[in-house]
Design a protein around this ligand. Structure first.
Ligand SMILES: Nc1nc2c(c(=O)[nH]1)N[C@H]1C(S)=C(S)[C@@H](COP(=O)(O)OP(=O)(O)OC[C@H]3O[C@@H](n4cnc5c(=O)[nH]c(N)nc54)[C@H](O)[C@@H]3O)O[C@H]1N2
Ligand SMILES: Nc1nc2c(c(=O)[nH]1)N[C@H]1C(S)=C(S)[C@@H](COP(=O)(O)OP(=O)(O)OC[C@H]3O[C@@H](n4cnc5c(=O)[nH]c(N)nc54)[C@H](O)[C@@H]3O)O[C@H]1N2
Ligand code: SF4
Ligand SMILES: [Mo]
Length: 729
């Protein structure tokens, strides 16, 4: 143990028998952002529990984090920096010192900058750790000062965020706790038993009180199984369903009085144009697109219109398609039509991540980026990293450098695992295998990506560092305090980039920005300053109250004790209204009204003949994206990956249950066992995702099949917009 490697003071273990409890925040990419209790004895993390005083967490954690010590102390944790001694991809490494690792990176970066320009360096990070500091603070300052390419972080939520932004004007939504009092809950493209446990417990409570639960999903997920109704929609067609629901609500309003005209008049924009738009979106028309019965659409719209406390939990399933931004926008119009927003237990929840007054310019310091010819460094889209690593001229043309200098020559990966999580995996691996690419990976384990690294650096887990966390599924801020000393020589992201800035300042003496004082700021100082404590949403709160309680709730308007952000309108758009008609979309040359944009690889596409099945790859319960699949106790219950196929699709191909099949398209293939089940609707093959590449019982990898095509808004990834064929091997 070498605690002085990190900025904080070393923790001296208490006596062997005493257990200390330290407040934490779950750092994973999960909407629940639980408040944790780290139980520590003799300097060791012995247990992680959910805080019972934090109302969202309610003392309950998911299986993954309840077994956290297994991950923190896993025998395969990287304990020292490593350098590659085998071929790229082989995974052979030898330990080196931190001094050697930092000096190697600084020398390499300065040589690359001298030859190719700083934009030849690309940071690649996402949400392995979502704490405000470890997600994006010192790392951003460092890469900004270096003048490296910027990364457009689009792999998860950017299409939905864009759709929500143009419609509601912000990423705000229902209070998760208010779902307990809803009378109708639509789980639209989401499986909360897997991905949003603390929302699911509120759905169960609502169910006990008599609420009706409906799942709209091409796959009968664990959650869909427990709903009253499963509407097995064709992938990527949700907007058509929402348009037809609006058609019914408007068509029948004289009899049903489903529309809230007062809410529409005062808090929405463009109702007349919307009315015209949905006039020909009959349930029959949508039914043909969505692959469900018109009568089911009529019934869904009637139930929705007849219920005041109607809640829609929309998650990211529907937006991982070519028309994903428009789909989210279209569904997001529904609660304003019926005035469901008026009560806290009505409305819609996609994300609450826009609720927080974060000092992002301070945390990330974009002003440290150099301007050349008045332009900032180019931006590379993380969802198209396969192309960016392979073509000499990545799609976003560099603005600082000449054409010949446009390739990426150094990739610095942290908080992410592109060899596993990015689409079109064969392209990603071909890029990572390039002999002239210098790759650094900072992680806790030798991931699929780390196997290709020239230098691997050991990272801390959340009980080993400090942070302050926001959530995208509730309205609370949670503090994470270091409970144990870092394992081996691991460093938190913040400390790594402080040190790297110092090392690079030596090899690049002309770069003044690398000596900016902000690159030496301590974690403690950043934690205190990460939020704007003078903001009205933090009125009456202070850092001291956060520290004392471990969490705090932002101030937003309430109904019955729950946050109800749009009960009185107050949308974040420039008009202050829910915009059925969006001038900003019109100005961008896009359709200003809700519409249906077919998937790139939908049934109308030319690919349909050769690849008649749609591939759906949502997350598996015990994994968190690619995290946790190497923890045996969590991986074992999932067994080997299987492809779930409807018996009628299997019969057409002569496939029996358990047979080994080849799932393929022009991008790649995967061989694995077929599991015949009516849970995956006809025409849809489902593989639960999260295993690592070399998993026994399967060959090839899910993301070798998925596409780099982007969404209509937000340039997001389209993982579930993927056509394949399946054959017996
Ligand atoms: N245990 C666990 N929890 C997680 C994660 C994890 O990997 N494991 N990942 C985390 C992350 S990063 C995120 S972004 C969230 C994701 O959270 P969600 O987006 O809610 O993901 P899922 O819960 O898998 O639900 C997606 C559902 O959408 C369905 N679906 C696919 N295509 C369509 C479509 O076109 N229309 C409709 N209506 N449904 C469709 C899938 O079948 C699946 O059941 O979860 C987070 N929580
Ligand atoms: N087929 C398919 N592909 C998908 C998806 C899907 O549903 N289907 N989902 C997509 C979605 S929604 C997302 S968000 C992405 C997820 O993409 P990522 O955010 O890249 O995925 P994770 O596996 O959560 O985290 C990546 C790595 O961060 C490391 N890590 C954790 N904490 C730290 C830390 O403090 N410091 C450092 N340096 N590293 C740390 C973990 O060990 C892990 O290896 O995947 C996407 N890919
Ligand atoms: S992964 Fe989600 S449910 Fe599990 S502990 Fe973290 S925030 Fe809570
Ligand atoms: Mo995500």
């Amino acid at each position: 143990m070498n605690p002085e490697l990190n900025s904080g003071a070393a923790i001296t273990p208490s006596s062997a028998s005493a257990t200390r409890v330290i407040k934490g925040a779950c750092p994973h990419d999960c909407p629940d952002t639980c408040a944790l209790e780290y139980h520590v004895a003799a300097g060791k993390l012995i247990e992680v529990k959910g805080s019972s005083t934090h109302s969202v967490t309610g003392g309950v954690l998911c299986t993954k984090v309840a077994k956290y010590p297994l991950r923190t102390y896993h025998p395969t944790r990287i304990k020292t920096p490593l350098k590659r001694v085998g071929a790229k991809g082989e995974g052979k490494f030898a330990p080196i010192t931190w001094d050697e690792a930092l000096a190697t990176i600084a020398a390499k970066f300065s040589a690359i900058i001298a030859t190719h320009g700083a934009e030849a360096i690309l940071p690649y990070s996402y949400a392995g750790n979502m704490g405000l500091l470890q997600y994006g603070s010192m790392d951003r300052r460092f890469f900004h000062a270096l003048g490296a390419s910027q990364l457009d972080r689009t792999i998860c939520a950017s299409a939905g965020a864009a759709g929500l932004q143009v419609t509601l004007g912000s990423r705000l939504g229902m209070d998760v706790e208010a779902f307990a009092e809803s009378e109708l809950i639509i789980l639209w493209g989401t499986n909360p038993i897997t991905s949003n446990l603390h929302l699911w417990s509120r759905c169960q409570e609502a169910k006990r009180r008599g609420a009706k639960l409906i799942a709209i999903d091409p796959y009968r997920s664990l959650s869909a199984e427990k709903c009253h109704q499963w509407l097995a929609i064709k992938p990527g067609t949700d907007a058509a369903l929402a348009l037809a629901m609006m058609h019914v609500l408007i068509r029948d309003d004289a009899q049903t009085q489903a529309l809230d005209h007062d809410y529409i008049d005062n808090h929405t924009l463009g109702f007349d144009q919307l009315k015209t738009r949905v006039a020909d979106w009959t349930p029959e028309r949508a039914a043909a697109i969505c692959g469900i019965d018109a009568i089911e659409i009529e019934a869904l719209a009637s139930a929705y219109g007849a219920t005041q406390r109607a809640a829609i939990r929309l998650n990211y399933g529907m937006q991982r398609h070519g028309g994903g931004g428009m789909a989210v926008r279209t569904v997001a119009c529904l609660p304003a039509l019926t005035g469901a927003w008026r009560e806290a237990s009505g409305g819609l929840l996609l994300s609450t991540s826009g609720a927080y007054p974060i000092n992002s310019a301070y945390l990330e310091r974009p002003d440290l980026m150099p301007l050349r010819a008045g332009k900032l460094p180019r931006t590379v889209n993380m969802s198209a990293i396969g192309d960016a690593l392979n073509v000499a001229q990545p799609s976003a043309a560099p603005v600082n450098d000449t054409d010949s200098r446009s390739a990426i020559h150094a990739l610095f990966v942290y908080n992410s695992n592109p060899a596993a999580v990015a689409p079109d995996g064969n392209r990603v691996l071909a890029g990572l295998a390039r002999a002239d690419l210098f790759t650094v990976v900072h992680d806790l384990f030798i991931t699929d990506t780390a196997r290709y690294a020239d230098i691997v650096l050991p990272a801390t887990s959340s009980p080993e560092h400090d942070d302050i966390n926001r959530s995208y599924g509730h309205y609370d801020v949670i503090i994470n305090r270091r409970a144990i000393n870092p394992l081996g020589e691991s460093l938190a992201n913040t400390e790594l980039f402080r040190r790297l800035a110092r090392a690079c300042a030596e090899t690049m003496p002309d770069n003044e920005n690398l000596r900016d004082a902000s690159l030496n700021e301590s974690d403690e100082s950043m934690i205190v300053n990460a939020l704007d404590w003078t903001h009205p949403t933090l009125a009456g709160q202070s850092f001291e109250t956060l520290e004392r309680n471990g969490f705090l709730r932002l101030n937003y308007p309430k109904q019955n004790g729950f946050i109800a952000p749009f009960a009185n309108g107050n949308f974040g758009t420039s008009s202050g209204k829910c915009e059925f008609f969006s001038q900003s979309l019109a100005e961008r040359g896009l359709d200003p009204l809700p519409n249906y944009t077919p998937p790139h690889e939908g049934e109308e596409s030319a690919l349909m003949e050769a690849f008649p099945l749609s591939l759906n790859t949502p997350p598996a319960r015990n994994f968190m994206n690619s995290t946790f699949a190497n923890i045996e106790a969590l991986a074992k219950p999932h067994g080997s990956p299987t492809v779930q196929l409807h018996p009628s699709d299997a019969a057409k191909r002569g496939i029996d249950n358990g047979a080994t099949v080849r799932v393929f398209n022009r991008r790649g293939e995967m061989k694995l066992a077929a599991s015949l089940t009516p849970n995956s609707r006809e025409g849809v093959a489902t593989v639960l995702w999260g295993h690592w590449r070399d998993h026994p019982g399967a060959q090839g990898f899910v993301n070798d099949l998925t596409s780099q095509a982007l969404t209509d808004m937000g340039d997001g990834a389209t993982f579930y917009d993927c056509r394949v064929e399946i054959e017996l091997t």
